[in-house]
Design a protein around this ligand. Structure first.
Ligand code: HEM
Length: 159
């Protein structure tokens, strides 16, 4: 029982870190962009990339591990039902999150280069920013969907 509760606690902390870091990063990046200040954008993008590597990446790895252990302990099937559907949404989230990490690194580098040369932010930066912005919506919706499935545990049949 104690192992189960510790695992569940770590799992829920992981979920909080995933959602919290995601929303926080989106907010700070958007605010930095709207400031129009190249130095602010370069600085925030640099910190955001570090935060994603420390917090999001750790939670991304831990979440399926703790989740699978929990499911095994309780006896839930992994590849069917609400867990199976959550895993599909989790893969979908990852498919949007991985390019986002790369885009943040590119935006960081472009802003730093513009700052150094005193030139305006290049067209590439703006294109990346709006793609990054658009990718956030499906990723966020999928994570909310997972939260709902994990909480409500609805009777879903996949196959
Ligand atoms: C990717 C593989 C995942 C698996 C296999 C998995 C599995 C599980 C299982 C079996 C439980 C139920 C524990 C119980 O009530 O006995 C659970 C609960 C929970 N999971 Fe996941 N999970 C995964 C990912 C996620 C993700 C990505 C999130 C959110 C970002 C999440 C959020 C939650 C929350 C909030 C609960 C607590 C629900 C409650 O106690 O009613 N899980 N998970």
């Amino acid at each position: 029982m104690t192992t189960y509760l510790v695992l569940k606690f770590v799992h829920i902390m992981g979920a909080a870190v995933l959602l919290g870091t995601g929303v926080g990063i989106a907010f700070f990046m958007l605010m930095a962009h709207l400031s129009g200040n190249t130095a602010v954008i370069a600085g925030v993008a640099r910190i955001v990339v570090i935060a994603d590597f420390i917090f999001t990446a750790t939670a991304v790895v831990l979440q399926p591990l703790t989740g699978t252990l929990l499911a095994n302990m309780v006896g839930y099937p992994i590849l069917d039902g609400w867990i199976g559907l959550s895993i599909i949404l989790y893969i979908l989230t990852g498919a949007f999150w991985l390019p986002v990490v790369w885009m943040q690194m590119r935006m960081r580098d472009l802003a730093a280069a513009a700052l150094q040369t005193g030139s305006p932010l290049p067209r590439d930066y703006h294109r990346l920013f709006w793609t990054w912005f658009a990718f956030g919506f499906p990723a966020f919706a999928s994570v909310l969907g997972i939260f709902w499935l994990m909480t409500a545990k609805p009777p879903v049949s996949l196959w």
